[in-house]
Design a protein around this ligand. Structure first.
Ligand SMILES: Cc1cc2nc3c(=O)[nH]c(=O)nc-3n(C[C@H](O)[C@H](O)[C@H](O)COP(=O)(O)OP(=O)(O)OC[C@H]3O[C@@H](n4cnc5c(N)ncnc54)[C@H](O)[C@@H]3O)c2cc1C
Length: 415
């Protein structure tokens, strides 16, 4: 007998959870405060990155962030403000930026990433929609000796952990992109990575779920909960009260505030990023990260998506065109014949990455509320980790042993 599961958030984590729960025979309702069709899950860079086994909270990152703070076009910015949640988040980030945290996190990130990539491979076969999935790897491109040194070290760590990484000369990089000039010192190629069109994936899931009678409501902001000693009895929305058997909180950057309403501390900050498109024929073959500028470049059909920046500035939707200009200027430094124009502010997409301070997502049940599962905080990897997370949430709700160890992702770890 299926349960009634109510998912808060219709981003990619909420919809993939809904997909696996529905396929497992549960009655599923999805609530959102708005349409997620142009939220964080659709305009992102579309990269599926099992290569990213090192969390953002890593040695050297704090000093790097401080350097970037003084450059208006830099890829990273924290808006200084006296806000207790930001201060706590910053302290936890600083505390976790250690070698020990990195080595503990690598096996956990590798396990969830590979599990999720395998889920994408299955998903590509299962429902009747295309989401532009290609397995062509990822190029990490560098222009300076210092970045080459850092990236070859990262490649060595990846190879030690069984994630294939190939160090390429400038000539070898150019050979992978015969249609465009590439100006680099060299690159690291991760053959196991993939890419897809995130808006096609979101839309395909949305339509499939709607056809399966999953009720996806995009006018229902969750305001509070009615609880008893077992957990959540009712979810109070703008519209009505819902009384499910199980609750999944997949509310992206807003998750910290919602979980705090249940009495559990869960540090989370929004990391704003931008992207825009440019038509491109012939297109690049392989997505790339332009390392010194932290810009992502992804071929999507006959367009190229360019994106980047991480602004920790609260949940706010202003577009900082200086940083968009930073992306525009970075691309021709690496691909001299690709010269995007500064887009009109109205065509710049932005999304709020849900960032935990230790760089690990939150996936698991809350100790204080036994019928509440959290699935959020995937930061820069939410698209990559989405179907794996959806499957793990389904195992949790069915009281089955999850396919991977969930202890590193425990949502009670700051309680
Ligand atoms: C520029 C950029 C590039 C990126 N590139 C990549 C990439 O290449 N690969 C990758 O893996 N990841 C990438 N990401 C990260 C990825 O996009 C995110 O991690 C992912 O989209 C997060 O999904 P989510 O479902 O957790 O959150 P969201 O998509 O933000 O969904 C959360 C939903 O919850 C809803 N919600 C919030 N509060 C409430 C409430 N009270 N009541 C009801 N609903 C509520 C919100 O309205 C929202 O729709 C990128 C992000 C950015 C910004």
């Amino acid at each position: 007998m299926g349960k009634h599961v109510c998912i808060i958030g219709s981003g990619i984590i909420g919809l993939t959870a809904a997909y696996y729960l529905k396929r497992a025979g549960h009655q599923v309702t999805v609530l959102d405060q708005q349409s997620a069709a142009d939220g964080c899950s659709t305009g992102n860079a579309g990269m599926i990155v099992p290569s990213h086994i090192i969390p953002l909270a890593a040695p050297g990152m704090v000093a790097q962030f401080v350097r970037w703070m003084f450059d208006s076009k830099s890829p990273f910015y924290v808006r200084p403000r006296m806000n207790m949640e930001l201060l706590q988040w910053g302290y936890q980030f600083y505390r976790h930026a250690t070698r020990q945290h990195v080595s503990q996190s690598i096996p956990a990130l590798k396990a969830i990433s590979l599990y999720s990539k395998a889920a994408y491979q299955e998903l590509q076969q299962a429902p009747p929609f295309d989401f532009g999935y290609h397995e062509r790897g990822l190029l990490m491109l560098y222009q300076t000796a210092a970045t080459e040194h850092e990236e070859t070290e990262t490649a060595a760590v990846a190879n030690q952990h069984g994630v294939a990484a190939e160090i390429l000369s400038a000539t070898a990089v150019q050979a992978m992109e015969p249609n465009h000039q590439v100006k680099v010192r060299g690159g690291v190629y991760f053959p196991g990575d993939a890419h897809l069109n995130p808006a096609m994936l979101w839309q395909g899931l949305y339509e499939w779920l709607t056809k399966q009678q999953v009720n996806i409501r995009q006018d229902a902001a969750v305001r509070s909960f009615e609880t008893d000693n077992k957990g959540v009895k009712a979810i109070i929305t703008d519209q009505d009260d819902i009384r499910p058997d199980e609750v999944v909180i997949a509310a992206g950057a807003w998750t910290g505030a919602i979980v705090r309403g249940l009495g559990v501390p869960l540090p989370m900050q929004a990391g704003k990023g931008y992207s825009f498109m440019m038509s491109m024929q012939p297109n690049l073959n392989v997505p790339s990260l332009l390392l010194e500028s932290r810009v992502a470049v992804t071929p999507m059909g006959e367009s190229l998506r360019m994106g980047g920046t991480m602004e920790i500035a609260g949940v706010n939707h202003t577009i900082n065109m200086k940083r968009v200009q930073g992306i525009v200027e970075a691309v021709p430094r690496y691909y001299p014949d690709i010269r995007p124009a500064l887009p009109d502010v109205k065509t710049v997409w932005h999304g709020l990455r849900p960032c935990s301070p230790d760089g690990l997502p939150y996936v698991g049940r809350l100790n204080r509320c036994h019928n509440v599962t959290v699935a959020a905080g995937h930061g820069m990897m939410g698209l990559s980790l989405a179907p794996g997370t959806g499957k793990l949430v389904t195992s949790i709700i069915q009281e089955e042993t999850p396919a991977i160890d969930l202890q590193p992702f425990n949502p009670n770890r700051y309680a």
